[in-house]
Design a protein around this ligand. Structure first.
Ligand code: UD1
Length: 357
C-alpha cells in the first residue's frame, strides 16, 4: 500500500510514532506535516525523541484563525494528494489538521482512515468536537480506541468500517517508558517524587478567558504541594495579553516551565502526586501510569477514566479544583480499557484488510 499520513499538532506526533513504525515494515508511507505546530518544543523535539521519520512534506501553515488555517491546509493538501494518489490517507485525533486532511482526501474520493475515531464530548462549542464529528462522517475506516467510541459511532448510524483497535498513545507510552529516568527528571525540575502536581492548560475555553484562567491560577496557588505548570505557547501569550503575568509571578508554589518534551512529560507524570489538566491525551496518559487526574473541564471524551475513579471533572472553579485535588486517590481497579499497547499493529492489519491490492 501507499499511505499518506497527515500530522501537524503535538498530540498527533505521539499518536503517529508507533503507526509509522509498524506501517513502514511492509508499506510505503508518505508523511505530511501541516506545520500547525512549528516551535521546536511543540514539534521537532517529538520527532527526535519518538524516532519519527522526517516529514516528506511540510506545508508550514503556521497559526491563524480556524477558517484560514483549515482552508489553507485544505488547498495545499488537495494538490498534494492529487499528485501522490495514495491508496488511503490516515488522519489522527481532532485538530484542524485532522479536519483539513479528512476533507481533502474524502473530496478526492481517497479513503480516509481516522485514528481515534468515535470520541465525543457532546460539547459543540469545542472546535475539536466539530472536527471529530465531521471527520468521522467522511471517514471510510474508523479506528476506535475504546468501546465507548464504537458505541458513539453506532448512535450516529456509523457501523461500516468501524474497528476497535485500542489506543495508540498506549503503544507510545509502553515503548518509551523504559527510556525515562524518573529520578533524573525530578532532580532536573527541583521537586520531590510524590510531592508535587503536574499541570497543563491550553484548551481555548480555559486559556482564552481571563476569569477562568485567573481562577485556575488561584486554585493552583492554594494547593498543598508545588505545581509544575508546563505552559503551552497559546497560554503563555494569553497570560500576558490578559494581564495575568503578575498574578502568576506572585503565586509562590506555581513553577511555570516551557512546554515539555515527551520524555520529560512521562518522567514528571510518573513522579507526580497527580495531574491537573484540560488536555485530552494527558488524562489517558495519567491513567496508563496509574496517576490520578483532575480535569479542568465539565466533560471528557475519556469517560472510562472517570467511571473507574481515576479522573474527576472539576471545571475551572477555584474551590471545585481545590476540593478535587484534595480528594485525589488511586483506586484499586485499573483494567486495560485502552487495549494492550499494540494498537498500531491492529491499525496496519485493518488497513491491509481494506486497502491492500
Ligand atoms: C491544537 C488543537 C488542540 C490540541 C492542541 C495540542 C485545534 C483546533 N486545536 O490547539 O485540539 O489539543 O493543538 O497542543 O486544532 N503556537 C505557537 N507555536 C506553535 C503552535 C502554536 O506559538 O508551535 C501558538 C500560536 O499563538 C497559536 C496558538 O498557539 O495561535 C494556538 O495554536 P493552534 O495550533 O491554533 O491551537 P492549539 O491551542 O495548539
Amino acid at each position: 500500500m501507499k499511505v499518506v499520513s497527515i500530522v501537524g499538532a503535538r498530540p498527533q506526533f505521539v499518536k503517529a510514532a508507533p503507526v509509522c513504525r509498524a506501517l513502514r515494515e511492509r508499506h510505503t508511507e508518505v508523511l505530511v506535516h501541516s506545520g500547525q505546530h512549528y516551535d521546536y518544543e511543540m514539534s521537532d523535539v517529538f520527532f527526535e525523541q519518538l524516532g519519527i521519520p522526517a516529514p516528506d512534506y511540510n506545508l508550514a501553515v503556521g497559526s491563524g484563525g480556524h477558517g484560514r488555517q483549515t482552508g489553507e491546509m485544505l488547498g495545499m493538501l488537495e494538490e498534494l494528494l492529487v499528485e501522490l494518489a495514495p491508496d488511503c490517507v490516515i488522519v489522527y485525533g481532532d485538530t484542524n489538521t485532522t479536519l483539513a486532511g479528512g476533507l481533502a482526501a474524502a473530496k478526492l474520493t481517497i479513503p480516509v482512515a481516522h485514528v481515534e475515531a468515535g470520541l465525543r464530548s457532546y460539547n459543540r462549542t469545542m472546535p475539536e468536537e466539530i472536527n471529530r464529528v465531521v471527520v468521522d462522517h467522511v471517514s471510510d475506516l474508523l479506528l476506535c480506541p475504546t468501546r465507548a467510541a464504537v458505541a458513539n459511532l453506532l448512535a450516529e448510524g456509523i457501523t461500516d468500517g468501524v474497528e476497535l483497535v485500542g489506543d495508540v498513545m498506549l503503544d507510545t507510552a509502553r515503548f518509551f517508558a523504559e527510556n525515562v529516568d524518573i529520578a533524573a527528571t525530578v532532580q532536573e525540575f527541583g521537586v520531590e517524587e510524590g510531592r508535587f502536581y503536574l499541570a497543563t492548560v491550553h484548551r481555548a475555553s480555559t486559556s482564552d478567558n481571563r476569569e477562568r484562567l485567573a481562577s485556575v491560577i488561584s486554585a493552583f496557588s492554594t494547593l498543598d504541594h508545588p505545581v509544575i505548570w508546563a505552559i503551552h505557547p497559546r497560554t503563555a501569550k494569553n497570560l500576558e495579553s490578559l494581564g495575568l503575568g503578575d498574578m502568576l509571578k506572585r503565586a509562590e508554589n506555581i513553577r511555570p516551565v516551557p512546554p515539555l518534551s515527551y520524555i520529560q512529560t512521562v518522567g514528571l507524570l510518573r513522579a507526580a502526586r497527580g495531574l491537573i489538566t484540560d488536555s485530552g491525551g494527558m488524562q489517558k496518559e495519567a491513567y496508563f501510569f496509574g496517576v490520578p487526574c483532575v480535569t479542568l473541564r465539565e466533560e471528557t471524551e475519556w469517560i472510562e477514566t472517570v467511571e473507574l475513579g481515576w479522573n474527576s471533572l472539576a471545571g475551572t472553579d477555584e474551590s471545585r479544583i481545590a476540593q478535587a485535588v484534595a480528594e485525589l486517590s488511586r483506586p484499586d481497579m485499573h483494567p486495560d480499557v485502552y487495549g494492550d499497547g499494540r494498537a498500531a499493529e491492529a491499525i496496519v492489519a485493518s488497513l491491509e484488510k481494506r486497502y491492500a491490492h
